[in-house]
Ligand binder design. Structure first.
Ligand code: KG4
Ligand code: ZN
Length: 362
């Protein structure tokens, strides 16, 4: 089954063609991130306008892989080669969501194809079931060997959520952030450290430069809710703690490259320590056989390494899965995978953008 998937929940515009939930035939992503740089954060109006400009070129590019010399008409290639459409309906920015949702509905209307509404946050975890390829040749694709029950951690710009996955379809929400998401904590502290809107990636790059041997400062931040009994998270205190440290350093004229790297290092250690510790706890509670990581923050190299190392040290027999970094940040490939494994087609008349769509499925 081939699905044409569309994602436009925030500042990425993406379209993918996915076969049987696992095989990526194409996955095209356009981003307006750099356009928000001068404002120090994503401006919804700017993001929505960029979505409008990118959506048709991105869809056309994704479809090019399906076109043959005999059929070079977009509408015909959807009619002949696509079985269903999938689109992110929420959560996200209303202006951005509307662009993808209304475009997908229009395609459903003119081609008569079924359309599957997708929850963006739940879909992130299905990045773990994708197998990238650019080939249209028939190949045997098997699902990656993920054993259930699995614990799935989704860490993105707006969400930090833990789920129990009893099977590829059966999800149960276990806990989430009480305030800021992990990505939000990366983004807010990145701004305080002078990295503008480059967010978690800037923190990661700065922390990598730190020479821990010469480091003098040894700032230690608290690990919020790490040892409490729930599977909830709290990251909002981090930005206040960093602001305090930045102000102290500025007063002493010590706010320089070296101390910025130290702060970036400690922010990254704090966030990754909490995420890994609580996820492993959940895995122990639910006797999980695998841990799945996903969402934009899952691109963080320190987080990926820490998970692998902690699972190894725990001596638990748990496998670990995380998509390649390019499939962690927003893209339509996992939207198509989710739609295949867990989605249900709906009449296009009833599909609508839902900016506050919930993720707490019981
Ligand atoms: O999933 P995503 O692309 O968009 C949302 O659905 O929110 O996640 C974006 C988040 C941002 O907060 C960004 O700073 C963070 O993912 N991120 C990272 C890294 N790459 C992206 N955080 C830490 N380290 C990274 N390498
Ligand atoms: Zn996302």
């Amino acid at each position: 089954m081939r699905i044409l998937a569309i994602e436009s929940s925030c500042d990425e515009t993406s379209c993918a063609v996915i076969e049987d939930g696992t095989k990526i035939i194409s996955n095209v992503v356009a981003s307006s991130t750099s356009m928000h740089e001068k404002y120090g954060g994503i401006v919804p109006e700017v993001a929505a306008r960029a979505q409008l400009e990118s959506i048709l070129p991105v869809i056309s590019e994704a479809l090019k892989h399906l076109m043959s010399s005999s059929i070079n008409n977009y509408q015909l290639s959807i009619i002949n080669s696509i079985d269903a459409l999938a689109v992110t309906v929420g959560p996200g920015l209303i202006g951005s969501l509307l662009v993808g949702v209304e475009t997908a509905k229009t395609i459903a209307y003119v081609t008569g194809k079924p359309i599957i509404p997708v929850n963006h946050v739940l879909a992130h975890m299905y990045g773990n079931f994708l197998q990238p390829t650019n080939s249209l040749l028939p190949t045997t694709y098997s699902l990656p060997a993920i054993n259930f029950p699995a614990i799935s951690l989704v860490v993105s710009g707006g969400h930090t959520e833990l789920f129990l996955m009893k099977s590829i379809k059966d999800l149960q929400w276990l806990g989430g952030t009480l305030d800021d998401a992990a990505g939000e904590a990366f983004d807010k502290t990145a701004r305080l450290l002078g990295f503008g809107s480059r967010g978690g990636l800037a923190i990661q790059e700065s922390a990598q430069k730190l020479s821990t041997i010469n480091s003098q400062l040894s700032i230690k931040l608290p690990r919020p809710l790490m040892y409490d009994k729930t599977l909830n998270f709290s990251f909002s205190g981090l930005k206040t703690a960093i602001l305090r440290e930045v102000n102290k350093l500025k007063e002493k004229n010590l706010f320089n490259n070296e101390t910025i790297q130290e702060l970036a290092y400690e922010v990254q250690e704090t966030i990754t320590d909490v995420l890994v510790f609580k996820t492993l706890n959940a895995a122990k509670i639910y006797n999980a056989k695998s841990i799945l990581l996903s969402g934009g923050v899952a691109a963080n190299l320190r987080l990926r390494d820490k998970f692998k190392l902690s699972i190894l040290n725990s001596k638990l027999s748990i496998s670990f899965s995380v998509p390649p970094p390019s499939l962690c940040t927003d893209n339509a490939a996992y939207i198509g995978s989710y739609a295949y494994f867990r989605g249900t087609p709906e009449d296009w008349h009833t599909i609508t953008a839902l900016p506050d769509l919930m993720v707490e499925i019981k």
